[in-house]
Design a protein around this ligand. Structure first.
Ligand code: MN3
Length: 246
C-alpha cells in the first residue's frame, strides 16, 4: 500500500514528467507543417517552413539561433520583398529565384530592394535545405569526384571554403558554385548578393552574418564554420550539382 507521502511524491513526479512532455510537444509542434506566412505580409512570397525542428542541428547550431534566424530574419526578408513588389503585378508572378537571376529586368526603383530582400529570401530558402540532423561527413559519387578534380582532395576544398567564409569582411556568405562553364568554384559574397545573379548555380552556402552564429559562438566565426561542416546535407548539395551539370 502507498503511504500519503509516497503518493504525493508520485504525483509530483507525474506532474514533472507531464510538464517535460508538454515542453517536448511544444518544440515538436514547431516542426514543419507547410509554408508559414510572414507576419504582416500580403504575399505573394511566403516563408518556407524549416525542413526540421529548431533543435535538430544541436549541438552544432543551437535551437534559439535557428528559431530567430528563420522566424525573424528570414521572415523579414520575405515581408520586405512583398512590400517591394506590391505595386509591380508582373513581378509578383515570378519565383524569387527568377527575380534574383535577372536583376536588370527589375525596375530600378526596387532593384536594390529585390537584390537585398529577394536575395535574402532566396539564399535562406537554400540554406535551410543545405543542412540536416546528423549531416556532415563528405559527399560521395559525382559530387566527390567533382570536388577532387577541382580542389585535389575534400580536405583541400574544406580549407578553401573555410578560408572564404572567414575572409568575408562583415556580413555575407561563402558559396560553392557551378559557373556557366560548369566549373566548380568557391566565392565569398557580401550582404545578400546571390551567385544566381551572376549566372552561377549556388550549390552550398554558409551564412556568415553574425545573426547566424553570435548567440552560440559570439566572435568565434571559425568555430561556427567548423560546426557547419557537421550538419551539411551532402545529399541535397549533390542533387543540386547533378541538376546543374545536366
Ligand atoms: Mn541569415
Amino acid at each position: 500500500m502507498m503511504t500519503r507521502r509516497q503518493a504525493l511524491k508520485t504525483t509530483a513526479l507525474a506532474s514533472a514528467v507531464c510538464a517535460t512532455a508538454t515542453i517536448v510537444r511544444t518544440i515538436n509542434a514547431q516542426s514543419p507543417t507547410g509554408p508559414t506566412p510572414a507576419a504582416g505580409a500580403t504575399g505573394p512570397f511566403t516563408l518556407p517552413a524549416l525542413p526540421y525542428v529548431f533543435d535538430a542541428l544541436e549541438p552544432h547550431i543551437d535551437a534559439l539561433t535557428m528559431q530567430i534566424h528563420h522566424d525573424k530574419h528570414h521572415a523579414a526578408y520575405v515581408a520586405n520583398l512583398n512590400k517591394a513588389v506590391a505595386d509591380f503585378p508582373e513581378l509578383r508572378e515570378k519565383p524569387v529565384e527568377e527575380l534574383v537571376r535577372n536583376l536588370n529586368a527589375v525596375p530600378e526603383k526596387i532593384r536594390a530592394a529585390v537584390r537585398n530582400q529577394g536575395g535574402g529570401h532566396w539564399n535562406h530558402s537554400l540554406f535551410w535545405q543545405m543542412m540536416k540532423k546528423e549531416g556532415g561527413g563528405q559527399p560521395a559519387g559525382e559530387m566527390l569526384k567533382g570536388v577532387e578534380k577541382r580542389f585535389g582532395t575534400f580536405g583541400a576544398f574544406k580549407d578553401e571554403f573555410t578560408k572564404a567564409a572567414l575572409g568575408q569582411f562583415g556580413s555575407g556568405w561563402a558559396w560553392l558554385v557551378l559557373d556557366a562553364n560548369k566549373q566548380l568554384s568557391i566565392e565569398p559574397a557580401p550582404n545578400q548578393d546571390s551567385p544566381t545573379s551572376q549566372n552561377k548555380q549556388p550549390l552550398l552556402g554558409i551564412d556568415v552574418w553574425e545573426h547566424a552564429y553570435y548567440l552560440k559562438y559570439q566572435n568565434r566565426r571559425p568555430d561556427y564554420v567548423a560546426a557547419f561542416f557537421q550538419v551539411i546535407d551532402w545529399d541535397f548539395v549533390s542533387e543540386r550539382y547533378k541538376q546543374a551539370l545536366s
